[in-house]
Design a protein around this ligand. Structure first.
Ligand code: ASP
Ligand code: MG
Length: 406
């Protein structure tokens, strides 16, 4: 008998019909003799609706965070109760629990609480008498009994944590896609599902724009050594296994490619080359909550050494970044600020890049053939990213995919 933790995301429980089909899937697994813990998200769109209600009550961002957590937690509880009722209707005994009832203990940081530990007794007991246990995702309880939530997308985190705490045999993340793909199938028709991927690769693809799961929960799974499967709740197809790296996984050079089409690039021309300047510039951006991605600096050695400094930000942060930099211009005597508004970041990811050489040269060669100019380059052990103009970036993505993955 296996213990399986199954997480169902918002689309998978999006309406009554979908909830019924989830209930049937759970029933079938149970009929095969497995113990099932189902971790559920709010029905698609519900969390946003609840946020809208809160704004109606007290204006944007003015509501006490404790009460916002009370409100948002009801989304997952609603799904849990409905799923339990549907299971009863199928003659399957089931009980739904809030995060607190399931023993999920967190700190008191409302709206982005951290899980401290899970006391799994209340999950295990009903399982032992043959019930399906449903746990509301995305929520827990602090030491004073207050309801807390774990940050947007936090049901993934709940599922991983519960799988670790109950020592589950299997953790399945059910969503509306068949798994993790070699590229976004909407941009690359030849993209295919990946059978196995390492935590690290999955995180790199996520940071490069491929959002299948909440990145924090993938980090958490890596830390707790929880192997899990991402798969679709809409069919019976096997999904993608996410796990620690094994030697055979290094044989594949490139696991996947991804594209972030929402980048913008700023270049500061003639920044004085002296200690502390970069610190000041990036501290100012940080204070304005701008998330800087790639940074490149090129020093010119003349009589008054100066440097050109380029960095990329999410396009939504461009206006703020510009304002911050304009304000710093007089203090540092920055000559000019150049802005390229429409940039894309193309990333190539694979643990095999550690042990294979010549990958960078091959990528640059492909881009040259496509007549795509490279603006910036950054590398890590398992990733190479280039910033390119966004009007050519989809074409570049397809060319790189064709070369490595088809
Ligand atoms: N319902 C929450 C959200 O939309 C948590 C989740 O779905 O994972 O962020
Ligand atoms: Mg989600």
């Amino acid at each position: 008998m296996a213990l399986i933790v199954q997480k169902y995301g918002g689309t998978s429980v999006g309406d009554q019909e979908r909830i019924r089909s989830v209930a049937r899937r759970i029933r079938d697994c149970r009929d095969r003799g497995d113990h099932i813990v189902a971790v559920v998200s709010a029905m698609k769109g519900v969390t946003n609706q609840l946020i809208g209600l809160a704004q109606g009550a007290s204006g944007p961002e003015m509501h006490p965070k404790r009460e916002l957590d009370m409100l948002l937690a009801t989304g997952e509880q609603t799904t849990g109760a409905l799923l339990a009722m549907t299971l009863h209707d199928l003659n399957v005994p089931a009980i739904s629990l809030t995060g607190g009832q399931a023993g999920i203990k967190t700190d008191s940081v409302h709206s982005k609480a951290r899980i401290k530990y899970i006391d799994p007794e209340w999950i295990i007991r009903p399982l032992e008498v043959g019930m399906v246990v449903i746990v509301a995702g995305f929520q827990g309880q602090d030491d004073n009994g207050n309801v807390t939530t774990l940050g947007r997308g936090g049901s993934d985190l709940s599922a991983i944590a519960i799988a670790a705490a109950t020592n589950a045999d299997l953790c399945q993340i059910y969503t509306d896609v068949d798994g993790v793909f070699t590229a976004d199938p909407r941009l690359v028709p030849q993209a295919r599902k990946i059978d196995e991927i390492t935590y690290e690769e999955m995180l790199e693809l996520a940071s490069a724009g491929a959002k299948v799961m909440q990145p924090r929960s993938v980090e958490y799974a890596e830390k707790l050594k929880v192997r899990f499967e991402v798969r679709s709740s809409l069919n019976q197809t096997e999904g993608t296994i996410v796990k620690e790296e094994t030697p055979t996984m290094e044989q594949v050079v490139v696991r996947g490619v991804s594209l972030d089409e929402n980048q913008a690039k700023l270049t500061l021309i003639d920044v004085p080359d002296r200690p502390g300047v970069a610190a000041k510039i990036f501290q100012a951006l940080d204070r304005a909550a701008v998330n800087v991605d790639m940074i490149v600096q090129n020093t010119r050695h003349g009589s008054a050494p100066s440097t050109d400094m380029s960095f990329t930000v999410d396009r939504h942060d461009l206006a703020t970044s510009r304002r911050v930099i304009e304000a710093l211009k007089p203090e540092f005597g920055i000559e000019k600020v150049q802005v390229q508004e429409k940039m894309g970041k193309l990333s190539v990811v694979g643990v095999g890049m550690k042990s294979h050489s010549g990958i960078a040269a091959k990528i640059f060669d492909i881009l040259a053939r496509e007549n795509v100019n490279i603006d910036m380059i950054s590398t890590s052990e398992i990733k190479l990213s280039v910033v390119i103009s966004s009007d050519r970036s989809q074409q570049a993505l397809r060319a790189v995919h064709a070369a490595f993955l088809e």
